[in-house]
Design a protein around this ligand. Structure first.
Ligand SMILES: [Zn+2]
Ligand SMILES: [Zn+2]
Length: 84
């Protein structure tokens, strides 16, 4: 079982907006936005590198509260047995 450090609050991520310099916030893991589709499309989208999502990486959407610029940041999933 591997877990994403960002999803599990194991890592504090400080990312400043490249456009305006404001601190960006973690809007969530992108696969959460696509749960409605995943029941049908499942692996194909994800495995095909859809926005880089994979079993090895969890991709988060970071957004700027000031100018609404957003970026995707990949987090390598960590082996839970090593952490807990
Ligand atoms: Zn995550
Ligand atoms: Zn910004």
């Amino acid at each position: 079982m591997s877990v994403c450090p960002a999803c599990n609050s194991l890592a504090a991520i400080n990312k400043n907006c490249p456009l305006c310099g404001c601190p960006m916030y973690d809007a969530g893991a992108i696969q959460d936005f696509y749960d409605n589709y995943s029941a049908f499309l499942e692996q194909e989208i994800y495995e095909d590198g859809y926005r880089s999502y994979s079993h090895d990486f969890c991709v988060h959407l970071f957004a700027c509260p000031n100018c609404h610029f957003d970026i995707n940041i990949k987090f390598r999933r960590l082996n839970k047995s090593l952490l807990f």
